[in-house]
Structure formats: C-alpha cells, structure tokens
Design a protein around this ligand. Structure first.
Ligand code: PEP
Length: 238
C-alpha cells in the first residue's frame, strides 16, 4: 500500500498572517505524522512557508507552473523558480485553471514535463463536469485526460488527483462507489506505483470514509486546508 499524501490547495486565499495556521499545524502534526503532508499556498507565501517548515514533515508546493524554463512570459512562474523557492511538488491542470485559463491536457502535459525536469513532483488533476457525468462519460473523460496529460518520458514521481469538477468547493462529494470505480480504472491505466488522490469537498467528517476506499492514496483538499484544525482533522484520518 502506498503511503497516503494529504495535499492542501489554498488557491487564491491567504495573507502573511495565514502562516500562523502553518505554525499551528506543525505543532499538531509533530515529527512523525500518519501521512505525507503538502501545502500549496499562493506563490507569494511559498518561500516563507518553505523556510518555516524546513525541519518539519510538512512539504510545500506550487499551484501551477509555466511549461518553459524562463523567458518572456510576463506574470508567470516556472517550475525551476518553484523548486528554487523550496517547493517539492506542483499542481498542474487543476479544473479551475482548465476552466479559467483555457488550459487543455496538452498544456498540462508540458507543465508536468517541466515540473519533472525541475525536480518537482507534478500533481496532475483530472475530473469530469456534471454534464459529462450525467451523460455517462465520466470514465472516458478521465481516461482521456490522463492519457493526454501524462508526461511521455516520465523520470521521477508523478501524482494524479481525481477531482470531479462538480464536487470542488460545492460541498457535494462523489459517492464511495463512484470514487472506487474511477480510482480502479485509473489504477488499471497507470499501474501500481502512482499515488491517486481524490479531491472534492473533503472535510474532517468525510475523510475517513474517502481515505479508506481502495486505490485512494490520499486527498487534494481546498477549503478545508485553510485552517490547521480542519486540515489536521483530515490528516488524522489517513
Ligand atoms: C481543490 O481545490 O482541489 C478542491 C478539491 O477544493 P475543495 O476541497 O474546496 O472542494
């Protein structure tokens, strides 16, 4: 069984005082937590968070990266910059970026490749919309996204996060049977060594059930990662 990874995505939330939550989380988790722990803060907080957590088991990651190493791309952040700032992981292809910024699976693949080249672990997000699920297309949409978003030459660890778009930030969670079905298909597709996270309204109250579903190797958590109390409530259930 793969060790679980509980990853928090702060999205566009968090000011400098929010780092107090990280101090508090460090105290709660101690030196030997039950799972690997990652927080992906807004880029401006990343370096300070990495400094704070240096001697703790908490890892820090980016929420996105550009596919190029450097150059004329105003406002963008490269994977190399994230690594240089202390990141170990980077989320790529989050559905909010696929929707808000028009990212497609080809772009996501280039980002994942850039992440690996910089020594980062990409967390590749996939997931169907409500309309696709209702049309019975969830499994095929997810399979195609994985096929097209995965780096072609993968040297290094990769994580996949299955996040049904309709379950993100809505309080609606996919049923255990639906999660099990998609994760089983993903396992078949990518093999045994890749961690498969579930994401979509994971909270302390539902974490135990979700994290014990077969082929669920952790969670990608949005809203409930913003406070130490809630995030620790999820970690404890790993
Ligand atoms: C996410 O941002 O990836 C996510 C799953 O958000 P939430 O937990 O708030 O649904």
């Amino acid at each position: 069984m793969l060790r679980k990874l509980i990853a928090g995505n702060w999205k566009m939330n968090g000011l400098r005082h929010s780092l107090d939550q990280v101090s508090s989380l460090m105290q709660k988790v101690g030196k030997a937590p039950k799972a690997d722990i990652l927080i992906c803060p807004p880029a401006l907080l990343l370096m300070e968070m990495a400094r704070m957590t240096k001697d703790s088991p908490i890892m820090v990651g980016g929420q996105d990266c550009h596919w190029k190493e450097s150059g004329a791309h105003t406002g963008e952040i490269s994977a190399q910059m994230l690594a240089n700032a202390g990141a170990s992981h980077v989320i790529v292809g989050h559905s909010e970026r696929r929707a808000d910024c028009g990212e497609n699976s080809k772009t996501v693949r280039h980002k994942a490749e850039a992440a690996l080249a910089a020594g980062l672990i990409p967390i590749i997000c996939v997931g169907e919309t409500l309309a696709q699920r209702e049309a019975g297309e969830a499994a095929s949409v997810v399979r195609d996204q994985v096929e097209q978003s995965m780096p072609t030459q993968s040297k290094g660890e990769i994580v996949i996060a299955y996040e049904p778009v309709w379950a993100i930030g809505t309080g609606k969670v996919a049923s255990a049977a639906d999660i099990a079905e998609i994760h089983a298909l993903l396992r078949e597709q990518v093999g045994p060594g890749i961690r498969l996270l579930y994401g979509g309204s994971v909270k302390p109250g539902n974490a135990a059930e979700i994290l014990h579903i077969e082929n669920v190797d952790g969670a990608l958590v949005g809203g409930a990662s913003l406070t130490a109390e809630d995030f620790f409530g999820i970690i404890e259930n790993a």
